[in-house]
Design a protein around this ligand. Structure first.
Ligand code: GDD
Ligand code: MN
Length: 401
C-alpha cells in the first residue's frame, strides 16, 4: 500500500455523460491540492459508452474502470472498489455531480490531519443543504429512512452516499454484507469508527441521466436494516419479532375460532384444536420467513411438526404458570389478567427458546445471512492484490462468483 494519497471510488450505472464531466474536474481539484490519487469507477455493465470514455480519460488521468457483468448493485460495487484501492484514504461519491467534486479536499482533510477516521458529507447539519428541486415525496422518504436508522448510528445523515474513511477501518471490521444503496450506513455500523465527523455539503440535483433509486431499492433498504439491527442486537431483535408474530397469531386464533365455532357451529372445545393448528401454522410460516430467516433451511413438514410441538409445550408452560399464580393468592384471583399475562410471557419464553434451539438452528454468525457471501477485508488478501495493481489506468472485466 502506498503511504499517502486518496482512492476515489465511484459506483456507476449508466452515467457515461456525467463521468465525462466529473473526472476531469476531480483531476483538477485534487491536482491543485497536491494530492496523490486514483479514481476507480465500478460499473455494472452500463454499456452506454462508459468504457470508451474512461479509456480516453485514462490517457491523462489516473482512472481505472471495473466492469462487472453480473449486476450486483451499488453497495457491492463500492466494496469491490475498496478491494482494488491502493491508497490509505478512501472516498465514495456519486457519479451524477450531485456530490460536488470541489468538496473532496474538505472531506478528506480531517482524515489526512489524523483527526478522525471517518468523515461523512452531511445534508442535515448546520451549513448542509439540499437542492430545492427535491419533491415532497423524496423528503418524506429520506426522513423516514433516516429515522429508522437512528438507533444504529449517532450521525445526522446516515443515508449519505458521500464520505471518506481510513482504509484500516475495513480490516478491523468482521464482515460486510450490505444490500442495496446504504453502504455508508453499513460501513459506520460495522467499522465502528471511534472518531467520526460530519461536514456540511450541498446535495445537488443530478446533472444528467436518471436516478436508479427505485421502489425495489427501498424494500432492499428494509431488509438491510433488519440485518444491521440483528448484527447489533441479535437476540433482542429475534425475541421482539417472535413476540410480534405471536401477537399476530392470537388474532389468527380469534378469527379461526370465529369461523369454526361462531360460523360453523363447531363445539367450543373441539374447535380449539383446528384453531390452534391454523394459528401455529401461520406463526410458523412467519417465523421461518422473518424471525429466523437466517437459520438453515430444513424440510418444511419436519420443521412445522417441531414448531407445533414446541408451541404446544409453550402452551403447557403458559397453562402451568397462569393457573399456579391464579391459585396462589386471592389478589391474583381478583386481578386475573395478571396471571394470564404472566402465563403468556412464560409461554413465549419457552416457545422462543425451544424454537431457537430445536426447530430453527441458527448456527450462523449474528446478522450473517446463509447463502450470502460476505465481504471480508484482510491484510493478506490485500497484499496479494497489491502485486496486481498497476499505475497505468486499465479496464478490468470482472465477474464475481
Ligand atoms: N455499480 C453500480 N451498480 N452503481 C450504481 C448502481 C448499481 O446497481 N445503482 C446506482 N449506482 C450509482 C449511480 O450511477 C450513481 O453514481 C450512484 O450510484 C448513486 O445513484 P443515484 O441513482 O444517483 O442515487 P440517488 O441520487 O437517488 O441516491 C443518492 O443519494 C442518497 C441520499 O438521498 C446516493 O448517494 C445514495 O447513496 C444516498 O443514500
Ligand atoms: Mn444521485
Amino acid at each position: 500500500m502506498e503511504k499517502k494519497g486518496v482512492s476515489l471510488i465511484i459506483p456507476t450505472l449508466r452515467e457515461a455523460q456525467n463521468l465525462k464531466k466529473l473526472i476531469p474536474i476531480l483531476d483538477r481539484v485534487l491536482g491543485q491540492n497536491g494530492l496523490h490519487f486514483e479514481i476507480l469507477v465500478v460499473d455494472d455493465d452500463s454499456a452506454d459508452g462508459t468504457i470508451e470514455i474512461i479509456e480516453e480519460l485514462a490517457e491523462t488521468i489516473p482512472v481505472s474502470l471495473y466492469v462487472r457483468r453480473d449486476m450486483q448493485g451499488l453497495s457491492s460495487a463500492v466494496l469491490h472498489g475498496f478491494r482494488q484501492a491502493r491508497f490509505p484514504v478512501l472516498v465514495v461519491m456519486d457519479a451524477d455531480l450531485s456530490h460536488a467534486p470541489e468538496d473532496v479536499p474538505r472531506l478528506i482533510a480531517p482524515i489526512l490531519k489524523q483527526e478522525v477516521d471517518f468523515v461523512l458529507g452531511s445534508r442535515y447539519i448546520k451549513g448542509g443543504k439540499i437542492s430545492r428541486n427535491w419533491g415532497l415525496f423524496r423528503y418524506l422518504n429520506t426522513y423516514i429512512a433516516t429515522w429508522l436508522a437512528h438507533p444504529l448510528v449517532k450521525v445526522k445523515d446516515p443515508m449519505s452516499g458521500f464520505f471518506a474513511l481510513k482504509q484500516e477501518l475495513l480490516e478491523d471490521a468482521d464482515f460486510f454484507n450490505p444490500l442495496g444503496y446504504k453502504i455508508g450506513l453499513e460501513l459506520i455500523v460495522k467499522t465502528r469508527p471511534k472518531r467520526i465527523k460530519e461536514i456540511p455539503i450541498f446535495f445537488g440535483m443530478r446533472e444528467a441521466c436518471e436516478s436508479k433509486l427505485t421502489f425495489q431499492q427501498q424494500l432492499l433498504y428494509l431488509a438491510h436494516l433488519k440485518r444491521l439491527y440483528e448484527y447489533k442486537w441479535y437476540f433482542q431483535v429475534q425475541f421482539l419479532l417472535f413476540c410480534a408474530v405471536g401477537g399476530l397469531g392470537t388474532i389468527v386464533d380469534f378469527s379461526a375460532m370465529f369461523i369454526f365455532h361462531g360460523l360453523m357451529g363447531m363445539n367450543f372445545e373441539i374447535a380449539r384444536f383446528p384453531s390452534f393448528l391454523v394459528a401455529a401454522t401461520s406463526n410458523f410460516q412467519l417465523n421461518r420467513m422473518i424471525t429466523f430467516s437466517d437459520s438453515t433451511r430444513q424440510k418444511w413438514i419436519r420443521q412445522w411438526l417441531g414448531f407445533v410441538t414446541v408451541s404446544a409445550l409453550g402452551f403447557l408452560g403458559n397453562f402451568f404458570v397462569s393457573t399456579h399464580l391464579f391459585n396462589s393468592h386471592l389478589f391474583f384471583q381478583r386481578h386475573y389478567f395478571i396471571p394470564v399475562f404472566a402465563g403468556s410471557i412464560a409461554g413465549a419464553f419457552v416457545n422462543f427458546t425451544l424454537s431457537k434451539i430445536a426447530v430453527f438452528d441458527s448456527s450462523t454468525i449474528y446478522g450473517l445471512t446463509p447463502g450470502v457471501k460476505p465481504f471480508v477485508f484482510e491484510k493478506n488478501i490485500r497484499q496479494n492484490k497489491r502485486g496486481r495493481a498497476s499505475d497505468k489506468a486499465v479496464i478490468h472485466e470482472h465477474t464475481e462468483k
